[in-house]
Design a protein around this ligand. Structure first.
Ligand SMILES: Nc1nc2c(ncn2[C@@H]2O[C@H](COP(=O)(O)OP(=O)(O)O)[C@@H](O)[C@H]2O)c(=O)[nH]1
Ligand SMILES: [Mg+2]
Length: 186
């Protein structure tokens, strides 16, 4: 039994969305699904405590993983989070790719690095997505991407700059997902 509970449509490929609380996971999912309030975006960090799954065009599932690095949660809550993630990654046979979200303006945290190390060690393919790209000018992007590249050991051209605010990077992200899932069209 999957740790994230039974749901309809098992057997479809999954793309998981990971990142710290408030980085923009739910917003990104909403943008990709062209819906509002579907993934319960919130301005309260740490609100997504459970794994939510969304179906995109009957083609694959987008998995909204609970955010990490929420300072106000206690030890017990952190342990619960860790167990939930461990169970998910251990049992999600349909998982094909992880979108690792980081805020374009901030250097990745220790938790971001830990997730990065875990994915590399587990051989799970991932794409780094720099969110809230609307918050900086286009010309400043490479300056902001440099520390992210250093921390997560990726090249700048491998990162997708994304904005849920103005739609930046939506097509690029859908293309990447199509590529990794071998879909002709999403
Ligand atoms: N300006 C801007 N704000 C964003 C973007 N993505 C998310 N936000 C805001 O950041 C906050 C947290 O977003 P949410 O999607 O709930 O983050 P989650 O905790 O990772 O699911 C909300 O107030 C969003 O409106 C973005 O691309 N640009
Ligand atoms: Mg959320």
């Amino acid at each position: 039994m999957a740790a994230y509970g039974p749901f309809e449509g098992r057997g479809l490929n999954q793309i998981a969305v990971a990142g710290k609380s408030n980085v923009g996971k739910s917003t990104l999912i909403n943008r990709l699904c062209r819906r509002n309030k579907l993934a319960r975006t919130s301005s309260t960090p740490g609100k997504t405590r459970l794994i939510n799954i969304f179906l995109l065009n009957d083609a694959f599932h987008l998995v909204d993983l609970p955010g990490y690095g929420f300072a106000r949660v206690d030890k017990k809550e952190k342990a619960r989070w860790g167990q939930m993630m461990q169970d998910y990654f251990a049992s999600a046979e349909e998982l094909k790719h992880v979108l690792c979200l980081v805020d374009i303006r901030h250097e990745p945290t220790e938790d971001d690095r830990t997730m990065n190390r875990f994915l590399r060690e587990s051989g799970i393919p991932f794409t780094v997505v720099a969110t809230k790209a609307d918050k900086i000018s286009r010309g400043a992007r490479s300056k902001y991407l440099a520390p992210i590249c250093r921390a997560l050991l990726v090249q700048p051209w491998e990162i997708i700059c994304f904005s849920g605010e103005d739609g930046t990077g939506r097509e690029e992200l859908l293309n990447r997902i199509g590529e990794v899932l071998g879909l002709q069209e999403i």
